[in-house]
Design a binder for this molecule. Structure first.
Ligand SMILES: *Cc1c(COP(=O)(O)O)cnc(C)c1O
Length: 400
């Protein structure tokens, strides 16, 4: 089948939930992706912040192949060693006491919400609690996760959603304070908002939320599904703020390509769910947990955090130069290898033109281009991306 045939056949059997780019991807190698017709792309999206280790990592692939031949799935009625190793790595890195493995990010958010509601129920002897979430947040597409997502267009067609969710303004502590009362079970927020346009939390804001949660006995949930796993230069972004949440959600780069997420908790939150409260048939099976275990091993072996520390400032400088060069770029935000350029025009055509120049980028909202490459990129890759983007902006904005 040629490319066009694959695309049109796919359009007739897949639900139209995505505006897909006209690209049929076949294989990957390092930080490059190849189409079936051989077209090569530098990948600055990493499958939406998933493929931190790059494509075709032989250590990763071999570990997974070995596990496939041994045992893929057991259910959670029994123990398995990869799940133990993965859980130990997650708890140590996150500062949490216990973890539950899920199959996706949204499911991790569902679990975190259940922890907070159960905690409230245990403490107050009644349900009917509320959750404070943030404007412009993104927590996933299942009904619970979309209920706490701060974008009305994602919620409204699916209402009624789970009740008792109130939205505060991100980085505005007073707006959070104003919503707290004796029904508040949780405050959920991303440490760096991803889909909402790459907005890092301000230090005073995040520390202020932590303090409010301590004062009022509220469960603080940090959604680190996108900004966690080393993307900001530390394994979890909240480490840079000197705080620990009560519950943390992770997914995306946790398995670097296999579908796995997790919610982890500490203290009383780690003990809130008891047998009968929660479960998953696939969740934390030996195959995905082998992936998690291997990801943590390879982060260490390949000094991934060291690479982020080296390349991220260079990405910052490079994007600053573009900002100075093009007045249509009106903002630059982010931490580590999670950065965004804000444009004064919609970015869709610029993203497409950059792809035509051989580099995959993705947007975050209508007017922000998001830079979330594999964490193993080099400065030379940053230059290659910037050259493609520069040409694309020139052709789209300046019409040259
Ligand atoms: C991607 C994302 C999710 C949802 O993860 P899925 O695996 O797509 O369900 C939740 N929260 C944040 C911050 C995300 O970036």
């Amino acid at each position: 089948m040629d490319k066009q045939q694959v695309m049109s056949a796919a359009e007739s059997v897949l639900m139209h939930t995505y505006g897909r780019f006209p690209m049929v991807l076949d294989h990957g190698d390092g930080v490059y992706l190849y189409e079936t017709d051989g077209t090569k792309y530098l990948d600055f999206a990493a499958g939406i912040a998933v493929f931190a280790l790059g494509y075709g990592n032989q250590d990763y692939n071999n570990a997974l192949k070995g596990q496939i031949d041994k045992l893929l799935h057991t259910s959670n009625y029994y123990y398995n060693e990869p799940a133990l190793a993965a859980a130990q790595y997650v708890c140590k890195a996150s500062g949490m006491d216990r973890v539950f493995f899920t199959n996706s990010g949204a499911e991790a958010v569902e679990g975190a919400i259940k922890v907070a509601r159960k905690l409230y129920y245990n403490k107050h002897g009644k349900a009917d609690s509320t959750i404070i979430a943030m404007d412009h947040s993104f927590h996933g597409r299942t009904l619970g996760a979309v209920s706490v997502t701060g974008k009305a267009a994602y919620r409204e067609p699916f209402e009624p959603l789970i009740g008792g969710v109130l939205f505060a303004e991100y980085n505005n502590l007073d707006s959070v304070k104003a919503l707290i009362d004796d029904r508040t079970a949780a405050i959920i927020l991303e440490t760096v908002q991803g889909e909402g346009g790459i907005h890092p939390a301000e230090k005073e804001f995040l520390q202020g939320v932590r303090k409010l949660c301590d004062e009022h006995g509220i469960c603080m949930i940090s959604d680190e599904i996108q900004c966690g796993m080393g993307r900001t230069g530390t394994m979890f972004a909240y480490e840079q703020y000197g705080i620990l949440p009560d519950v943390v959600t992770m997914a995306k780069a946790l398995g670097c390509g296999v579908p796995v997420g997790a919610f982890a908790a500490r203290g009383e939150a780690a003990l809130a769910l008891v047998p009968g409260d929660h479960g998953s048939t696939y969740g934390g099976n030996p195959f995905v947990c082998k992936a998690v275990e291997t990801v943590f091993e390879l982060f260490k072996k390949q000094n991934v955090l060291g690479n982020v520390a080296e390349v991220a400032p260079y990405l910052w400088e490079t994007l600053e130069k573009l900002r100075e060069e093009f007045p249509v770029i009106v903002g630059h935000r982010g931490i580590g290898l999670m950065q965004g350029l804000q444009f004064s025009v919609p970015v869709g055509d610029i993203v497409k033109a950059t792809m035509a120049e051989g580099c995959i980028l993705i947007a975050a909202g209508a007017d922000v281009i998001r830079f979330i490459p594999p964490l193993v990129i080099t400065k030379a890759h940053v230059d290659e991306m910037a050259n493609a983007l520069r040409k694309a902006i020139r052709s789209v904005v300046n019409g040259k």
